[in-house]
Design a protein around this ligand. Structure first.
Ligand SMILES: [Zn+2]
Length: 456
């Protein structure tokens, strides 16, 4: 089967045919840098990390652009709240984001453009849109995109232009010619960052930056555009309108969107206050546990997070590490049948849950095999295929030393088994259990009251 993706633009799975053979131009909307990253952000970033990794694995040269939004209402608000310079806030947040992404093992983008470095390009595109009759300078000083000048508006989100309800956004600016119009350039307000433009001092609206930064790095027409589910409308719809009205060409061929990460049934977001910061999770979990958890469901599905989910991910990943650690010599030869099965499921819109089940089949084969040459081959295949998903990249010893990988009840079960062995004077088994727990960071303490345990 050829590589295929679910394209949000056509609402169906389509074979991936790149514009230039062997090359992929890909743009992903990145972070707005006003606070640290939470697991919801990691969900979207991981979806596109898997895509980049798999495209590279399939031999494509990937030009992967992920932007940074470093000027925006939320950033301005937060800087005022914190009583700090905007540049200090964004620099600090960018460093923190890079640290988190590095821990998660996200592939580095080819370029990571920042909005504030592309203001002149944005002014140029806005001017071009005004000249072509798609934008206007309003009496209030802002510049708006005239949505009704683009008859295809709504083609990504399947919305009919006449059914759109601008809702509360009417209140945004009364100088709009049509409530549907969205802002391209905001005139300067007291105390806000601003740049010179033909319409006086001001700053760009949010949507225009992605049209400009993708144009600069990938050209007018490129292969894949990705982002989180909440960006589909209006952000991505507006990007299409701006870019296609300016260039007169199709913008991106394939639009990919990740699914939501929910917590107790609600979207994980800072505004709802129900989020798990990556930095906090890294204290208790090896970063690959987070990665495993995120790839254990399909990137488009909605994923519900609760406290047990990371513990389950940790146990599952430990089983794979255990299989790998049990092998003495790693082979060079790969199991071609397993390799083929893996690419078949990944070719089908990156079906990572199925890909993981192939890794477990390999672990089972390793555990059950008594032929050392076969075991070495399965182990090499397990390591190779896990690498495509960014898993099993650490030394198993380091992984097992990272906190306890066992659930409390599993430890209690092991202690009960050891007690049974000691009761029957099977000290060899009792010692083996103690050793095995120790390797997993659990120290047993025997006293007249019985056996207690603690984490090393
Ligand atoms: Zn964007």
């Amino acid at each position: 089967m050829a590589l295929r993706f679910y394209n949000s633009l056509t609402n169906k799975k389509e074979d991936f045919i790149p514009i230039h053979e062997g090359e992929v131009g890909m743009y992903v909307c990145g972070m707005t840098v006003y606070d640290s990253c939470h697991l919801g952000h990691a969900r979207a970033m991981m979806a596109f990390d898997i895509l980049v990794r798999y495209l590279k694995n399939q031999g494509y040269k990937v030009n992967f652009i992920r932007n940074i939004t470093d000027v925006d209402d939320k950033i301005i608000e937060r800087a005022i709240q914190n009583n700090e310079l905007i540049s200090d806030l964004t620099q600090r947040t960018i460093s923190s984001m890079h640290e988190d992404f590095l821990k998660l093992g996200l592939e580095l983008p080819t370029a990571e453009p920042r909005a504030t470095d592309h203001i002149s390009g944005m002014v140029e595109m806005i001017q071009d849109l005004i000249e072509k009759g798609h934008a206007y300078h309003s009496s209030g000083g802002d510049v708006f995109f005239a949505v009704r000048t683009f008859p295809e508006y709504g083609k990504l989100s399947n919305k009919n232009i006449d059914d759109l309800n601008p809702g509360s956004r009417i209140a945004e600016d009364e100088s709009k010619q049509d409530p549907l119009d969205f802002v391209l350039w905001k005139s300067a307000k007291e105390g806000e960052p601003s740049w010179d433009s033909p319409w006086g001092k001001g700053r760009p609206g949010w949507h225009i930056e992605c049209s400009v930064m993708s144009l600069k790095n990938l050209g007018e027409h490129f292969d894949i555009h990705g982002g989180g589910p909440d960006l589909l409308f209006p952000h991505h719809e507006n990007e299409i309108a701006q870019s296609e009205c300016s260039s007169g060409k199709q913008f991106a061929n394939y639009w990919l969107h990740s699914g939501l990460l929910k917590i107790n049934g609600e979207k994980m977001s800072k505004s709802l206050g129900n989020f798990a910061m990556l930095k906090d999770l890294f204290v208790s979990y090896h970063p690959e546990v987070l990665r495993y958890y995120l790839v254990s469901s399909h990137y488009r599905s909605s994923l519900n997070f609760d406290n047990a989910s990371l513990d389950q991910a940790r146990s599952a990943l430990a089983r794979l590490y255990q299989a790998l650690a049990s092998v003495e010599g790693m082979g060079h030869e790969l199991d071609q049948d397993m390799m083929k099965q893996f690419s078949e499921v990944m070719n089908d819109d990156l079906n990572t849950p199925e890909a993981l089940s192939i890794l477990f089949q390999l672990a089972k084969l390793i555990n059950n095999s008594s032929d050392s040459a076969q075991t070495a081959k399965y182990a090499a295949t397990l390591k190779e295929l896990s690498g495509v998903l960014g898993l099993l990249q650490d030394d198993p010893k380091v992984f097992f030393q990272f906190g306890s990988l066992l659930l409390d009840e599993e430890i209690e079960q092991q202690i009960a088994l050891r007690n049974k062995a000691r009761d029957t004077k099977d000290f060899q088994t009792a010692d083996q259990i103690r050793e095995s727990l120790l390797k997993q960071g659990i120290i047993l303490d025997d006293s007249s009251e019985g056996t207690t345990w603690k984490k090393s």
